[in-house]
Write a protein that binds this ligand. Structure first.
Ligand code: XMP
Length: 540
């Protein structure tokens, strides 16, 4: 493994992802972790991330004691570079001129990290402090007009530092530098591949669940689908999936779960049609948070009763099989041996991803169910142990794993979709008619995006129905008084920030023409050009 030591903000995750793109497993650890704990993980290399602090300020996070004496090849990036320089006797200072964004760097000496790379290249910088003198024994390998030590290294000690961000796409040769570090400096092997990941994860689930049963709530999204497909591979018919159709999904999505997903995986699926129930609960509600609460609450209730049914059915079956008859209640009547085929439902599968784990402190999380809209607080007497086969994976890895497991592209490449679904894309009360209108408009927007080959460039593409707004139009020879829809295509890396997507005009035009022609009641299409912040991705 490669340890990415997190000095704050969001830097570490991107570094960890890039390392994995080089087919080397990486793990994020906090900068407060003592060195012996890091070494216990037997790292092949260590990377120190950037961070928002200044190394010379009181209370700024420092490298754990002894980190640079371990002999494990270590690369410091930005703040990590400064931490390394300062700890080893170099000089870090505040400079008059900051460097933010694309910066030209001069390579003085290729060394190991910059070997064979152009002498002048673009890198991504984001700093005000800089290293003005490298520690003794280090070679300065690159500088910029502002930063005298933009890169330095001491290959004999296995220490490397760069002021810029090789993990950022805008650093032209960043991936080459990372590869030089991982493979040439640290001797890592590129063994982290999807085939291995899938096999290992399947083995792990098998070992964890044994002969017991598991259930999994499918949301229609990528994560739960991949988690379920993986667990299905591991334990086959011991898994039952529950899909609550709340009627707030996009066109074709429920069918995709019920048909395509089942066809691809052979999973035992239990569908609950709860459309009426959700519509009734949402009647008259316009406040977004109120809608969320209602949808979340109803979801849990429906899932819970489905889970309880499944648990009861299997408990009854296993009792019948064991010949226990009327359950005595004192575990003593059960045979002590050979109980692994009891058939009781003991496990709940969740599609928790690595960013959730990192952001919630990286603990083992064994007992606490993520407060997710899908499966929230289950009642006390339905206590499950969690199976979280995606806990170490990033979203893009989950998608690759889904492909590896043979899931259809429509499921694997689906955009993130909020749990409350179209319920929060209708501004105003949610009714069946409005859902149908929005579903049609949304389907057209998606079709055209796909036809233009832009699916993977766009993070999300909400289509929002302004149900309480009417606008005048003219269609054919007559005046119309219909509703507008808003197109909200955004680009993003993680939904924390987003930019409005510059969709080509001809694509926008096709979407607009088709929606106004094909969807009765919609006579106006507008595009949202607000970034996040200040806007959010969704309108509610
Ligand atoms: P905003 O609108 O806050 O959305 O920029 C950020 C991301 O979160 C999704 N989202 C939700 N997901 N339940 C969810 O599961 C919700 O209530 C919810 N609200 C927003 C949104 O689609 C985007 O990806």
């Amino acid at each position: 493994t490669v340890l990415v030591v997190d000095f704050g903000a969001q830097y570490a995750q991107l570094i960890a992802r890039r390392v994995r793109e080089c087919n080397v497993f990486s793990e994020i650890v906090p900068c407060t972790m003592p060195v012996d704990q890091m070494l216990a993980k037997r790292p092949k290399a260590i990377i120190l991330s950037g961070g928002p602090s200044s190394v010379y300020e009181a209370g700024a996070p420092a490298a754990p004691a002894g980190l640079f004496e371990t002999g494990v090849p270590t690369l410091g990036i930005c703040y990590g570079h400064q931490v390394m320089a300062q700890a080893l006797g170099g000089l870090v200072e505040n400079s008059d001129v900051a460097e933010y964004g694309r910066t030209a760097v001069n390579v003085i000496d290729g060394g190991v990290l910059l070997a064979g790379l152009p002498s002048l290249q673009a890198v991504w910088m984001s700093h005000r402090d800089h290293t003005s003198a490298a520690p003794d024994g280090f070679t300065i390998t690159a500088r910029t007009d502002v930063t005298p030590v933009a890169a330095m290294e001491h290959p004999e000690r296995g220490l490397y530092g760069v002021q810029f961000h090789p993990e950022v796409m805008h650093t032209e040769h960043g991936m080459a530098m990372l590869r030089h570090f991982l493979f040439d400096a640290a001797g890592c092997r590129p063994g982290w591949t999807m085939v291995n990941i899938a096999e290992e994860a399947i083995e792990t689930v098998r070992a964890q669940v044994g002969g017991k049963r598991a259930i999994c709530g499918l949301s229609g999204g990528v994560d739960s689908a991949v988690a379920a497909a993986l667990v299905q591979r591991a334990i086959g018919s011991q898994l039952t999936c529950v899909f609550v159709d709340h009627g707030l999904l996009r066109k074709g999505e429920a069918e995709q779960v019920e048909k395509d997903f089942v066809a691809a995986t052979g999973v035992d699926l239990h569908v609950v049609d709860a459309q009426e129930r959700f519509l009734t609960a949402l009647a008259g509600v316009v406040d977004p948070e109120e809608k969320r609460k209602i949808i979340g609450r109803e979801f849990i209730r429906v899932f819970e009763s489905a889970a309880r049914e499944i648990v009861d059915v299997h408990a009854a079956r296993s009792e019948a099989r064991d010949g226990v008859g009327a359950a005595g209640g004192s575990g003593g009547s059960s045979p002590q041996e050979g109980h692994d085929e009891s058939g009781e439902v003991e496990f709940l599968v969740q599609g928790t991803l690595y960013p959730d784990v990192v952001e919630s402190g990286g603990g083992t999380g064994a007992a606490n169910i993520k407060s997710h809209h899908n499966v929230g607080g289950l009642p006390e007497d339905l206590r499950f142990r969690l199976v979280e086969p995606l806990r170490t994976l990033f979203k893009d890895e989950v998608r690759a794993l889904g492909e590896q497991l043979g899931l259809p592209a429509e499921i694997v490449w689906r955009q993130p979709f909020p749990g409350p679904g179209l319920g929060i894309r209708i501004i105003g009360e949610v009714t069946r008619e409005r859902l149908d209108l929005l579903r049609e408009a949304d389907a057209i927007a998606r079709e055209e995006l796909t036809a233009a080959g832009l699916d993977r460039d766009i993070w999300q593409f909400p289509v929002v129905l302004l149900a309480d707004v009417r606008s005048v139009g003219v269609q054919g020879d007559s005046r119309t008084y219909g509703h507008p829809v808003v197109l909200r295509p955004v680009t993003s890396e993680d939904a924390m920030t987003a930019d409005w997507a510059r969709l080509p005009y001809d694509v926008l035009q096709r979407i607009s023409t088709r929606i106004t022609n094909e969807v009765r009641e919609i006579n106006r299409v507008v595009v949202d050009i607000t970034s996040k912040p200040p806007g959010t991705i969704e309108w509610e």
